[in-house]
Design a protein around this ligand. Structure first.
Ligand code: GLA
Ligand code: ZN
Length: 666
């Protein structure tokens, strides 16, 4: 879905002039350097609360007025942040209820950030107040183009206010206690609740074995963040209805259902910090691509913002290795290829003190532009200017992988089968990799998305089924869709109750034409193998043991008592096809399987052969070719293209390590 907020790619990042308030000459130097760095925007005000409101009700906006004016005079767009991610000490001291209580029941002291109660009426009111003042003051400021709400919402609070809010949430989600007791299976271990007040948040020193309750708590916490956010943005929507709103997400952060949260945003943005150049560049590139595709898919293919990245190193890896020169440029281009309309950094100028003083920044402690990092940023800025044509262009793939936040929660909270290997993201990325290698565009969707527009839907480890999913899958396949399910599909319902009558749930047994009787879990070092089309593949971690009813058996286990039983099946159902891959593979299975599918179904693969470690991504008319291998690569193109960055005609590409090209059809 196309959607444009600017006419050019935003290039900038977190700018914290409040850290340099005593040295105003640095602000002027920043303007000079931003121009040199080909930076066109700055994100201002994140964590600036105590600078704006040094004492309760005493405001100091002058410094912010001045810096916004300066940025505007220098032609920079401003993304203005609300400061709720960290609070002034006076606020926490006067209103201790704003501080978070950990699961151990102890209230945190003042400190760090993201240390606030999500429910506290006082904190919500204070946030609304400061946001109202910001909106009123800057609603007509010509530089202010977007709101950046808070920063990386995360965590949870177990205070009494949150316990009460949790109970209210439960009352709204369950008809009565009887229903809750049934859905939580509270007859087990004598856990029947007779009063709502008996329910507390899950914790180690209390209840942490009622799986459905843990799931409910995760849903509640996620909803609390969204309601906290809605409270924050209410004055902004009212006072600045035309300024778009985003908040920065963190990769596949587990604590908030981003697929739900995204519905409340005008655009999605996220903070990207891959661990490049640790010897597995190729895998890092694949996983990062998957995450980008996820964020593009959150609003149905709409472009997203890359709100943060580091121009060099972070400070929070165990060992902060400097990535290879130009890796950051390539990483940024990868984001643009997958749908980013901005490349932004944390942060513009390196802090002099404090926790992040060794985190990479565009301007280092030396303070001038004669650094490798600064030059690379500036170079990237000039490259991005040549790619303005992609701005606003969204896209969808013909293939979707279901990565569902709530299913992720469900797969992580249950006890049983293989308790060590529940890598839901890893499993999805294993399926994604061969698609990435063939240049096939992929959407990453929740299970309640519309499957109809995809030629292929892949659902790894779809253990929990939200209401309606069974019908959705059935209808999709009946109408001609191709659906691939992985092991442990359709085991529990939305409340984590196991389906009765055999797995996969209900009529999915007809759709897939199978019945799963048992699941074997393989400890590390013990494997099975699967014979499929004359090749033998390694089965690890999980092996569903199936009976094929109407399904055709395409592959069989080779070991153990279930040797000879089906491991890969295909069922023709209605006009479509339903595949079941019953085992976790370590090796080539996914690649061979996708290869075969792409021969049968046009999945939109690259028209030219892609060497190992190279990624080809098409966004609008631009084809991004990126070398993530640890050696130089030559690529023969299927025709002549224009090299967008230098205007030349090319029919082959020679890409060094970290190299990339952007080409388009002549
Ligand atoms: C996050 C935060 C930033 C900064 C960076 C450091 O993304 O949003 O404020 O702490 O991490 O990598
Ligand atoms: Zn709380």
């Amino acid at each position: 879905m196309d959607k444009k907020f600017f006419d050019y790619i935003i290039h900038g990042g977190d700018y914290n002039p409040d850290q340099w308030i005593d040295t105003p000459e640095i602000w002027d130097e920043d303007m000079r350097l931003m121009n040199l760095a080909n930076v066109n925007s700055a994100t201002v005000g994140i964590f600036a609360w105590s600078m704006i409101e040094p004492e309760e009700g005493v405001y100091n906006f002058e410094w912010l007025d001045e810096i916004l004016d300066k940025l505007h005079e220098n032609g920079k767009d401003v993304i203005l942040a609300t400061p709720s991610g960290a609070r002034p000490a006076w606020l926490a001291q006067k209103y201790p209820e704003v501080l978070r209580v950990e699961a151990n029941g102890i209230r945190n002291e003042y400190g760090v950030r993201h240390n606030h109660c999500l429910t506290s009426p006082v904190y919500r009111e204070k946030v609304r107040n400061i946001n109202t003042l910001l909106a009123e003051r800057y609603k007509d400021h010509p530089a202010v183009k977007m709101w950046h709400i808070s920063n990386e919402y995360c965590g949870e609070c177990h205070c009494e206010l949150c316990q009460e809010a949790f109970r209210d949430w439960l009352k709204a989600h369950y008809k009565d206690l009887d229903e809750l007791n049934f859905k939580w299976w509270n007859g087990f271990w004598s856990h029947k609740m007779t009063d709502w007040s008996q329910i507390n948040s899950p914790k180690d020193r209390g209840e942490n074995h009622v799986v459905a309750m843990k799931l409910a708590w995760k849903r509640f916490v996620s909803d609390s963040h969204i309601s906290f956010y809605e409270n924050e943005i209410a004055p902004l929507r009212e006072i600045t209805p035309n300024i778009p709103i985003t908040t920065n997400f963190m990769k596949m952060y587990d604590g908030i259902d981003y697929q739900d949260f995204a519905k409340h945003l005008d655009l999605v943005s996220w903070d990207n910090y891959p661990a490049w150049d640790r010897g597995a560049t190729h895998s890092e590139a694949v996983e990062t691509a998957f995450v980008h595709d996820n964020f593009r898919s959150l609003k149905d293919g709409q472009p997203f913002f890359l709100m943060e990245s580091t121009p060099s190193i972070v400070n929070w890896h165990e060992v902060n290795k400097i990535p290879k020169p130009f890796r950051q440029e390539q990483s940024s281009v990868q984001a643009v290829a997958h749908g980013a309309d901005s490349i932004q950094y944390f942060q513009w100028r390196k802090s002099r003190g404090g926790h992040e003083k060794f985190h990479g920044a565009v301007v280092d402690h030396c303070g001038h532009e004669n650094t490798r990092v600064f030059k690379e940023v500036s170079h990237l800025g000039s490259v991005l200017q040549k790619l303005d044509g992609v701005v606003g262009k969204g896209y969808n793939g013909k293939v979707a992988i279901i990565y569902d936040w709530q299913n992720k929660w469900a797969t992580s909270v249950f006890c049983g089968y293989n308790n060590n290997e529940r890598d839901y993201l890893g499993e999805c990325v294993k399926w994604y990799k061969p698609l990435w290698e063939k240049g096939i565009a992929v959407d990453v969707i929740p299970m309640d998305a519309d499957y109809g527009k995809y030629d292929l839907v892949i659902a790894p480890f779809l253990y929990m089924l939200k209401d309606g999913t069974i019908d959705r899958i059935e209808e999709y396949v009946r109408n001609g869709g191709n659906f691939v399910a992985g092991y442990l599909t359709g085991i529990v319902d939305e409340d984590d109750l196991c389906y009765l009558g055999g797995f996969p749930a209900d009529k999915l047994k007809d759709v897939f034409g199978i019945w799963c009787e048992e699941t074997d879990s393989l400890p590390e070092g013990i494997k099975n193998t699967v014979s499929y089309k004359d090749k033998s593949y390694k089965a690890v971690n999980f092996c569903d043991i199936l009976h094929a009813n109407t399904a055709e058996t395409l592959g069989t286990y080779e070991d153990d008592f279930y040797s000879g039983s089906p491991a890969v099946t295909l069922n023709s159902y209605g006009k479509g096809k339903a595949y079941y891959v019953a085992f976790a593979n370590e090796g080539d299975f996914f690649a061979d399987f996708i290869e075969e599918l792409s021969e049968k179904i046009d999945l939109g693969a690259s028209p030219f052969r892609i060497p190992d470690g190279v990624s080809v991504v098409k966004r609008d008319e631009y084809v991004f070719v990126m070398n993530f291998a640890d050696e130089e690569k030559n690529i023969n193109l299927d025709r002549e293209y224009e090299d967008v960055l230098n205007g030349e005609k090319v029919s082959s590409l020679n890409l060094p390590i970290c190299g990339y090209a952007v080409i388009r059809c002549l």
